[in-house]
Design a protein around this ligand. Structure first.
Ligand code: SF4
Length: 308
């Protein structure tokens, strides 16, 4: 393992690369990264990279977004098959047909799209949001327009609750956040009565309503960091987030909220990126995200939404 890590560090220098890693990557990958973060923080970090190559340890839509925001860089993704169930739930041609149908039926709307979507879907959108900036962006949509929110219906519902804006919701969801077990969460809360439950807004309402704090991963870190006394936290988001919580705030204890069918919830797409594939990708310079025709339009929307 030490050899592999040393090799990656050397190859990173040889290739003039910067490693960006999402909080849902294995701890050993996060530990090697130059930047860790949620989608918003990493998209912004991608614009500041000085090296000629970015290795994005995350999923495909994140690497695409990094390429759009910093087109002259080589952007590598250790495993090109690292997708996302949310992005898959909203294919661009289907969204386009639905938008046409709404227009034909007299709806005046703007499309607000969660960053977990393909570039082709971003190109059909007016705004891109992350869990970190969604409320602020929703307030930018003129009051006399309806909102079509895609693709995550749970995040959409949550945003309806916190902003008071009614939305037309696309029926997509994250396969990881969808399956937390409310029964197990209630049992855990009973077993550790002084615990604090953290839930990601991609979780369904039945998990959110039994949580003490709802927020994206950056917001979770901020919330936990502000708790001075050692506490026990129940964490309802992808299980690798606990590595980052533990790393930054070791004074607390963290327990994963179990899924319906497993002891914790790990994203199988994120898990496709391994240390071995990271080494391979630095050694060979691939697989690489190449510029696609839809990136031009998608880039405008991403820049307007995330960088301004
Ligand atoms: S955790 Fe969910 S939303 Fe995030 S990459 Fe995996 S499937 Fe997509």
């Amino acid at each position: 393992m030490t050899n592999l890590i040393d090799e990656i560090k050397q190859l990173k220098k040889d290739r003039d690369a910067t490693i960006l890693a999402h909080y849902y990557q294995d701890g050993e990958i996060q530990e090697l990264a130059d930047f860790t973060g949620d989608s918003l923080k990493l998209a912004r970090a991608a614009t500041r990279v000085q090296t000629s190559t970015i290795v994005f340890c995350g999923v495909h839509f994140m690497a695409e977004t990094a390429k759009m925001l910093n087109p002259e860089k080589h952007v590598l993704l250790p495993d090109m098959k690292a997708g996302c169930s949310l992005a898959d739930s909203c294919p661009a041609p289907k969204l386009h047909r639905y938008q046409e149908m709404l227009r034909e039926n007299g709806h005046r709307f703007q499309t607000v799209t969660y960053i977990n979507s393909t570039a082709a879907v971003k190109a059909l959108s007016d705004w891109i949001v992350t869990s970190g900036n969604a409320e602020e962006i929703i307030h930018r949509v003129p009051k006399d327009m309806e909102i079509l929110f895609v693709p995550d219906r749970h995040l959409g519902q949550y945003l309806e609750e916190v902003t008071g804006r009614k939305m037309i919701l696309w029926n997509g969801s994250c396969m990881v956040h969808e399956i937390f077990s409310v029964g197990d969460l209630l049992a855990q809360r009973k077993k550790i009565p002084a615990s604090i439950t953290l839930a990601h807004p991609e979780c369904p309402a039945n998990i959110r309503e039994h949580s003490d704090f709802v927020g994206g991963t950056e917001a979770m870190l901020k919330y936990v960091g502000a708790v001075g006394e050692p506490k026990e936290f129940l964490v309802a988001t992808e299980a690798n987030m606990m590595w980052q919580l533990q790393n930054q705030f070791p004074r607390h204890r963290y327990h994963p909220v179990p899924g319906i069918s497993c002891a914790c919830n790990k994203c199988p797409h994120m898990a496709l990126n391994t240390l071995e594939k990271l080494r391979e990708c630095l050694a060979t310079g691939g697989p690489e995200i190449t510029w696609q025709p839809e990136f031009d339009k998608a880039r405008e929307v991403v820049q307007r939404s995330l960088l301004n």
